[in-house]
Design a protein around this ligand. Structure first.
Ligand SMILES: Nc1nc2c(ncn2[C@@H]2O[C@H](COP(=O)(O)OP(=O)(O)OP(=O)(O)O)[C@@H](O)[C@H]2O)c(=O)[nH]1
Ligand SMILES: [Mg+2]
Length: 239
């Protein structure tokens, strides 16, 4: 059992993740001491009853669930989670068990160094991997997405959804993401320079359906356009 040096909030955005919440909570609290950890679920009023499941699990684990009824989107849900977090140290991860909760201590250890802005659970550094079941079109998609973002950051897995940082390094009012890629938004708009990548194995989602679709990929291109404008104007223009 890992006891974090400072209390941690784990922000998990959810849409239709009812089946994954219990194994996620079990694995998180088998890894981290419940006395030092808050699991904060940001649910966009999922029709499958994810929020009700979170409330049920909150009787057993230190879980809080925030339900947004008038908004939809992964990146803005994460921002709402950062705003609502009780602790300075924040970990963001997906609900579907693609990100191994057992690796959270490695992220927190990397963040112990005060000069580190963020620690990313990375698929694309030595030792990191993507589960073999990831189909070819997903690999290609991910590769193209990363190549397009490369001029913006030296982080290899800038599309990752599993990362840790200190809330005090985030200027919430500077964030204007569309779509999925909240880490890239945080790196660019907060000018995080010292980002450490910790190798992880990324697995297939455990249960439920993907929300990644063509519309999401078009949103990613819009998001990149906004970030390039931000960098090229030295942050003076904030689309
Ligand atoms: N709050 C909120 N969460 C979302 C939304 N879309 C996706 N998520 C959550 O964000 C995380 C990542 O979404 P996924 O659908 O797993 O996306 P992915 O990992 O790229 O694709 P697959 O794992 O193949 O499904 C999961 O925990 C989702 O439930 C949304 O619109 N609102
Ligand atoms: Mg997933």
């Amino acid at each position: 059992m890992f006891t974090p040096r400072a209390p941690v909030t784990i922000v998990v955005p959810t849409y239709d993740e009812h089946e994954n919440l219990e194994p996620l909570a079990e694995r998180i609290f088998a890894t981290l001491s419940a006395d030092h950890t808050e699991l904060l679920i940001l649910d966009d009023n999922s029709p499958d009853g994810t929020a009700a499941e979170a409330e049920r699990l909150a009787k057993k684990f230190p879980i809080r669930c925030v339900v947004r009824r008038d908004a939809r989107g992964l990146a803005t849900a994460v921002i709402a989670g950062i705003a609502a977090a009780q602790n300075d140290v924040v970990v963001v991860m997906d609900a579907d068990l693609s990100h191994p909760p057992e690796q959270i201590p490695a992220l927190l250890n990397a963040l112990d160094n005060p000069s580190v802005d963020a620690a990313v659970g990375s698929r694309f550094v030595a030792g990191g991997k993507v589960d073999l079941h990831w189909p070819a079109h997903r690999r290609l998609n991910s590769w193209v997405g990363r190549v397009l973002a490369r001029p913006l950051t030296s982080v290899r897995d800038m599309m990752a959804g599993f990362f840790a940082f200190r809330r005090q390094t985030v200027r919430l009012e500077a964030l204007h993401p569309v779509g999925y890629k909240i880490l890239l938004e945080l790196i660019v708009r907060n000018r995080w320079h010292n980002v450490v990548e910790v190798p992880i194995t990324f697995s297939d989602r455990a249960a439920g359906q993907t929300k990644l679709n063509i519309a999401e990929q078009v949103r990613y291109l819009r998001h990149l356009g906004r970030l390039y404008t931000c960098v090229l104007t030295g942050g003076t223009k904030r689309p």
